[in-house]
Design a binder for this molecule. Structure first.
Ligand SMILES: *Cc1c(COP(=O)(O)O)cnc(C)c1O
Length: 432
């Protein structure tokens, strides 16, 4: 499979280079030159297949022979080594739980697949040691750290803003050790992001270490997110039409769902559920794309004012707005609505949602009200324990701490503290 840059369709790359680079040299996102069709036999047989077989069928054509089948299979197995249960909570409403991975968020799927693919390419290419440098506002850092833990040839350096991630998130970043180094920056997430960008452009650093990023636009993080739409579909009775509601921030997850649909998975409609960061909701009404500064909400992993992956969705629909509108509804909700949804669903269904899942639930309910012949699934993208204070306050419930979290809460935090870019530079030049 070849991938072109969305900024220049003449620029092509194979899978390997696209994964190593992340972005095309012209800063465009990579997009597959064609979208493979899966057979109807495969779709109707999903219930009988092992998750690894499903993952392999879905991803194989995208990777071709650039990763040998045995290696790819190992990576797919590790990516899908936890449960993806679908639970019915109301008539016509089910939830797909994506939080059973090691860091309790769906980003584990993309991060683990990327660690496997990049790890393979580095080993094969004798690239020497590579440093994955990332800034995180919460979930990405933990998933990347965990995915890359003990992967040979890769060091991971994660910058996070001091005092601005939750206690659980901080423990997930700072207690792993081995090849994972957490850096606590006295500043904001934007400061962390700014330092990372500067380091990538600093030849003194890049002459000394090979840097790469692991952010969500990388093909190896985006494409494997298709897997769980297939794993969800096979758990559903399929007599009515189906809608999936996806809590969206950077729009990678929902874009993977739309890809799965294009490959032949019979999901009829998607709902992009947003918080107050409503750039796409406004676009779907006005056909005018106007990015705006992000605003802070209780579903903070979706506080994105200019979602990077949305251009991939436009490309998937050939930039035909009316066609896109037939398949995608975008809705935005306030924090007050989100809190009320958490409480109502807890009281009525005895099910505890995190704030992101709650936004997804709201989107699905509005869709189902105007489409009585459908049933739907909303994605629960993180475990409620990751947003403990918000969830306990909204629901009045006590959240049970899962054993995996309880055990890291006792571990000692190890981090390197710094304030300025000069200090980061010194750190990257000294340690190896
Ligand atoms: C990252 C994240 C999202 C947003 O996913 P996108 O693929 O960026 O749209 C939603 N919920 C949670 C919990 C997340 O961590």
């Amino acid at each position: 499979m070849k991938y072109y840059s969305l900024n220049n369709k003449e620029h092509y790359s194979n899978f390997e280079n696209a994964v190593i680079r992340g972005l095309a040299p012209d800063k465009g996102l990579y997009f597959p030159e064609r979208i493979p069709k899966l057979s109807t036999g495969f779709i109707s047989n999903l219930g009988k297949l092992h998750p690894t077989e499903i993952g392999m069928q879905v991803i194989s054509e995208f990777v071709d022979d650039e990763i040998p089948a045995t290696e790819l299979q190992k990576t797919v197995e590790e990516t899908l080594s936890f449960e993806f249960p679908v639970k019915k909570i109301e008539d016509r409403v089910s939830v797909l739980e994506l939080f059973h991975g090691p860091t309790l968020a769906f980003k584990d799927v993309g991060a683990r697949f990327m660690a496997g693919s990049l790890g393979y390419f580095i080993k094969k290419g004798n690239l020497g040691k590579v440093t994955v440098l990332v800034a995180t506002s919460g979930d990405t850092g933990g998933a990347v750290a965990n995915g890359f833990l003990a992967v040979e040839g890769i060091d991971v350096v994660i910058l996070y803003p001091k005092g601005k991630v939750s206690e659980i998130q901080e423990k997930q970043l700072t207690t792993l050790g081995e090849n994972i180094q957490a850096i606590e920056v006295d500043g904001t997430f934007d400061d962390c992001q700014g330092m990372v960008k500067k380091a990538f452009l600093d030849p003194e650093i890049t002459d000394h270490r090979q840097l790469t990023s692991a952010n969500s636009i990388n093909l190896a993080r985006w494409l494997p997110q298709m897997f769980y739409y297939f794993l969800a579909y096979r758990q559903l009775e399929t007599s009515s039409k189906l809608a999936f509601s996806v809590p969206s921030g950077n729009f990678g997850n929902i874009c993977a769902g739309l890809m799965a649909k294009k490959m032949g998975l019979p999901i009829h409609n998607f709902i992009a559920a947003n918080n107050a960061n409503d750039t796409v909701t406004r676009f779907m009404q006005s056909q005018e794309y106007q990015a705006k500064q992000s605003v802070q909400t209780i579903s903070n992993a979706m506080d994105v004012g200019d979602p990077s992956n949305f251009v991939r969705i436009l490309e998937l629909f050939g930039h035909h707005f009316q066609d896109l509108k037939k398949h995608l509804l975008a809705m935005s909700y306030t924090d007050a609505q989100t809190n009320t949804a958490i409480k109502t669903v807890f009281d009525n269904c005895n099910y505890l949602m995190d704030p992101h899942g709650a936004v997804g639930y709201l989107g699905l309910k509005d869709f189902l009200e105007i489409n009585p012949d459908y049933r739907g699934v909303f994605l629960e993208t993180a475990h409620p324990v990751k947003f403990l204070d918000t969830v306990e306050k909204a629901s009045g419930a006590k959240v049970d701490i899962p054993p995996s979290i309880a055990s890291i809460m006792d571990k000692k935090k190890k981090s390197f503290q710094l304030r300025t870019y000069a200090e980061l530079k010194e750190f990257l030049l000294e340690v190896d």
